[in-house]
Design a protein around this ligand. Sequence first.
Ligand SMILES: *Cc1c(COP(=O)(O)O)cnc(C)c1O
Length: 389
Amino acid sequence: MKKQHFETDAVRTRIEKTEFLEHTSPLYLTSSFVFEDAEDMRASFAEEKERNIYSRFTNPNTSEFVEKICKMEGAESGYAFATGMAAVFSTFAALLNSGDHIVSARSVFGSTHTLFTKFLPKWNISTSYFKVSETERIESLIQPNTKILFAETPTNPAVDILDLELLGNIAKKHNLILVIDNCFATPYLQNPIKFGADLVIHSATKLIDGQGRVLGGITVGSKDLIREIYLFSRNTGPSLSPFNAWVLSKSLETLAVRVDRHCENAMKVAEFLEDHSKVNWVKYPFLKSHPQYEVAKKQMKAGGCVVAFEVKGGVEAGRKFLNAIKLCSLSANLGDTRTIVTHPASTTHSKLNEEDRLEVSITDGLVRISVGLENVEDIIADLDQALLS
Ligand SMILES: *Cc1c(COP(=O)(O)O)cnc(C)c1O
């Protein structure tokens, strides 16, 4: 049969054969599974048969969620985690040894940066950084002990774009494991494995759930690497709960339609802001004015839900804008049905000095909007009145 399309896999991939022929996959809220006899138990533990033993290892609901994401990303295998950060940490912890080195983009999710700077050094694992605008420096950062090349694209919060094909070529040439955090794009808009990534990480908390309900994470990629991550995780316990897996698997059924509308709304918001008298500049991957517009077009299906822009008037204007917002939410999440507005310079990145903030493209007046699924005219009206207040 011809390979099914993304939307069909999202809706139709499910636990096969269940007792009551439920139309939707049932929830297997069980910590363990029973064996027929001593021989069944022995063979199961010896991995001579594929079966569920204990929900820290596998569970039908987490396996369904993993199978869907693998199909969507074109990956061989995967493992699901309780949060996106559990996926990030477990991936690095499983694959790296003391003395290993990482080359990473400087613009990464805040907790990932803290992992690199504060915790991995405890195990003598070091990281060198490149700015997203200086990809020509990447090769000069590679050392004999470099094992992983890591990046996110689009980046948070400035929605810069990194060229996945370029990263894939560098990783191949230097025999590095390329790990991409694909959270902002979702598997619907971008598939890093096609461009040479070995592993793809998602925080399922964001657009994959998309409704602000549960936390979750996942790493997918080549069988051999996932095997290492699986063995690490089944012994250390960062696994996704069956309940959250059931919720997230249902969420994936609507991912394509939700993300289509997120992108459509975000594009309209970006175009509106580009023409606004109180706005210095706007960044959105699918705006022609985005510095990496051509790269975004090459590797993404649409621009995603996050728009970054700078209000005129610096930190004070940014705070004032946030205070005047009425409909949208001030919240730390993104990829929700509800539009969320944040001002990184006074909140998430307030501990960085100005020089470090500029390293990651965060100017004083930078505002990040995660455009939701309200009617776009209402979103725009709220942003407009807040800018003019
Ligand atoms: C939110 C986020 C994470 C962490 O995910 P959690 O589910 O909150 O642990 C990692 N990477 C990116 C890019 C994110 O946006």
